[in-house]
Design a binder for this molecule. Structure first.
Ligand SMILES: [Cu+2]
Length: 92
């Protein structure tokens, strides 16, 4: 079970959200979809790492340009690497 974060453009209303949810849920391995209409950020949970491209392709086919939210992944990485020394390090 993994979580991936996507940024979906082109959603304008609740019907778009439903459409996007449905398109993602039709992909094998997806168990949970969370769509935020305002920011366009979409959280997908399930066995999805192999199917990221299929999800993106399905959404683009329906008119919603989609990309993986790399910043979200980056933030996670930075958190896990946070330094132990409080002074004079790269984070200050
Ligand atoms: Cu709409």
């Amino acid at each position: 079970m993994e979580t991936i974060h996507l940024v979906v453009s082109g959603m304008t209303c609740g019907a778009c959200v439903k459409h996007v949810e449905k398109a993602i849920k039709s992909i094998a391995g997806v168990s949970e979809v969370e769509v935020d209409l305002t920011s366009g950020s979409v959280k997908v949970e399930g066995d999805v790492s192999k199917n990221v491209n299929a999800i993106i392709a399905a959404l683009e086919e329906d008119g919603y340009p989609t990309k993986v939210n790399k910043e979200e992944a980056l933030n996670k990485k930075m958190e896990s690497k946070s330094c132990k020394s409080r002074s004079g390090c790269c984070c200050n």
